[in-house]
Design a binder for this molecule. Structure first.
Ligand SMILES: O=C(O)[C@@H](CO)OP(=O)(O)O
Length: 249
């Protein structure tokens, strides 16, 4: 069995300021560093063979903090722009609330959460998914096939694109799915990456991480399924001993 752990970076300065960030290379806030330390704390006890991140410093720094926390700074780390945040084009740097006031909340939600509507001069989630999956299939999957545990620290939308593929989410389901910062998502795979492994729990030193199969029952909308199951909007990241912040900012 191989584990794939996906983590969005900790809070960045522009997350804090509620600005569209995209490919702008913004630093973590002190709170974001603390979030990354906590994420690492929850992963203690899992041994990773390799880690992947984007070429943006908020993801790289989060990864370094996590690796330090788990005492695995020695593992190979690959940085690649294929895992970068979605390019938000002309929206980058703008305040999200002011942009909604100017263009209308509905238009801004289309730019932010639809699958194939790109913001002006930017990438849609579909565009982002194409580059992320090319990289995932060619670089990351081979490790999983060999039973190696892989850690990926990247961004809200580059990881949403990957989650959409791994969980076979519909375009509608992914439009309601937000990744909280610095909260591990754990997937389990068998050697052929196809067979669903029943959800299980992984005991780390300090936490119980709930893992999910790489593909869920297609008939279920997993977001709704989990909402129903848990009675609150925690989506997928569970068992970490803290409330998930699934608000969009
Ligand atoms: O600004 C961004 O780059 C992203 C992630 O913070 O924002 P959104 O959640 O609106 O896609």
């Amino acid at each position: 069995m191989a584990l794939l752990v996906l983590i969005r970076h900790g809070q960045s300065q522009w997350n804090l300021e509620n600005r569209f960030t995209g490919t702008v290379d913004v630093a973590l806030t002190p709170h974001g560093r603390q979030e990354a330390r906590l994420a690492g704390h929850h992963l203690k006890g899992i041994r990773f063979s390799v880690a992947y991140t984007s070429d943006l410093r908020r993801a790289q720094e989060s990864l370094q903090i996590i690796l330090k926390e788990i005492g695995q700074e020695h593992i190979p780390v690959y940085r690649n722009s294929a895992l970068n945040e979605r390019n938000y084009g002309d929206l980058q740097g703008l305040n999200k609330l002011e942009t909604a006031e100017k263009y209308g909340a509905q238009q801004v939600m289309l730019w932010r959460r639809s699958f194939d509507v790109a913001p002006p001069h930017g990438e849609s989630l579909k565009d982002t998914q194409q580059r992320v999956l090319r990289y995932y299939h060619s670089q990351i999957e081979p490790h999983l096939r060999q039973g190696e545990n892989v850690l990926v620290v990247a961004h809200g939308n580059s990881l949403r694109a990957l989650v959409m593929y791994l969980d076979q989410l519909s375009q509608d389901a992914i439009s309601h799915y937000d990744l909280p910062t610095a909260t591990p998502l754990v997937y389990t795979f068998d050697a052929d990456l196809k067979k669903c492994i029943a959800p299980a729990t992984i005991k780390t030193n300090d936490s119980t991480l709930v893992t999910r199969p790489p593909a869920v029952n297609k008939k279920l909308d997993p977001v709704i399924h989990h909402k129903r199951e848990e009675g609150r909007d925690t989506k997928y990241a569970k068992g970490l001993g803290k409330r998930n912040r699934s608000k969009t900012n």
